[in-house]
Design a protein around this ligand. Structure first.
Ligand SMILES: [Fe+2]
Length: 374
């Protein structure tokens, strides 16, 4: 039984006996061949052309479909009830993306050190299930280790292309990290032997690379243990312990700059960029790339108080995992959420050479969706 109201219709669905849809929404989502291209599934109907007083002149229901005749142009639309159930916004926002449906970050602290998701390089080529699990771990935890990668130059670039595609930046497409004075352009402190505090890479971009991957072609040096901190955990703690600081850091733009001999990228964004629901979307934290704060004098003290609070949480031992990566290991992080760093190392004790490549997070989710379709 379908009820026709002034601007909505109501019908019983298995999932919701009183499901309700607006006429304008239903008309907009007509999937007939006139309104929606049969091959590309793209909308042909121009949404802005739908009169706002569109209404059903009649509607009928059978076991599987809802059929609506409109009061404009005598158009008829047919909807699968299963599709309506899946897109029933009267129950709250719907999630029709298999890769992110119901997603909640699995936040972690120091205890995660013993359970970081670990994969075998070869399996990620041989098994769809293994590759899918890796994509899901990047999504859920934002930190993974891959073991057994061959120590070939450019291997990490090929891995990025195996998953999706390389995200290029103003650094080299394949970025070498090693302390060999004179041989490589030392763009930043990573190319020294100093400690690297936990940071996200390239917060200076409006769209920072979503996944960063280090490949250890060689690690025979003493020290240089890898570190990582979950930005989602830090943000949760900040929200609970100091809501004012959270508010300041999610609304105050901070300028970051990174340059190389190929480019110079400068942008201002809040350290905590939130989505429209107030959830963390991009975490930016890089002591070395932050530029002088350019905010109103009356906000300066409060900003530094909040920034210091965040920095203290980032450095808190209970939030940091630390582990040794060896020749043939890859560390991959969700760079929109998880910070990475390393301890200082002794370059005279043995060789240490990493190659670094990036992907966009969208490409990992895309690969996950393609694997789910198989
Ligand atoms: Fe980095």
């Amino acid at each position: 039984m379908v009820n026709l109201n002034a601007s909505t219709l109501q019908l019983p669905l298995d999932s919701n006996p009183e499901a309700e849809f607006h006429y304008v929404w239903l008309r907009d989502n007509c999937n007939c061949n006139e309104c929606c291209h049969s091959d590309t599934k793209e909308r042909i109907l121009v949404s802005a052309d739908i009169p706002l007083d569109i209404a059903a002149s009649s509607a009928s229901l059978d076991e599987q479909k809802l059929k609506v005749r409109w009061n404009q142009s005598n158009h008829v639309s047919v909807y699968d009830l299963s599709w309506l159930s899946q897109h029933d916004y009267s129950q709250g926002s719907f999630t029709d993306d298999p890769a992110t449906s119901g997603f909640m970050p699995r936040v972690w602290g120091r205890e995660f050190e013993s359970s970081i998701p670990t994969f075998q390089y070869r399996e990620l080529y041989q098994s769809d299930a293994a590759l899918r699990a890796w994509c899901e771990s990047i999504r859920d935890y934002g930190l993974t280790i891959i073991r057994g990668a061959p120590s070939n130059e450019g291997e990490i670039e090929r891995f990025a292309e195996h998953v999706g595609c390389v995200r290029e930046t103003i650094y080299d497409r394949l970025h070498n990290v090693r302390a060999t004075p004179g041989e490589y352009n030392a763009y930043n402190v990573a190319s020294t032997t100093l400690e690297l505090k936990p940071h996200t890479d390239m917060p200076n971009y409006n769209n920072p690379p979503g996944v960063q991957m280090f490949h250890f072609l060689q690690n025979d040096s003493v020290g240089g243990e890898s570190t990582a901190v979950d930005g989602a955990m830090v943000v949760r703690q900040l929200q609970e312990r100091d809501p004012d600081a959270f508010k300041i850091l999610s609304s105050t733009p901070v300028r970051f700059r990174m340059f190389s001999d190929r480019g110079d990228i400068i942008n201002s964004n809040p350290l905590l960029t939130l989505d429209v629901n107030g959830n963390l979307k991009v975490f930016r934290f890089s002591n070395q790339l932050a530029q002088p704060a350019n905010i109103a004098p009356e906000q300066m003290d409060a900003f530094y108080r909040a920034y210091r609070k965040l920095g203290t949480l980032v450095e808190a031992p209970e939030n940091k995992v630390q582990f040794r990566l060896n020749t043939g290991d890859i560390m991959a992080t969700n760079n929109l959420r998880v910070m990475h760093g390393r301890n200082a190392y002794d370059a005279d004790s043995g060789g240490r050479h990493l190659q670094l490549s990036y992907m966009d997070y969208d490409d990992v989710l895309s690969r996950l969706r393609m694997l789910m379709k198989k």
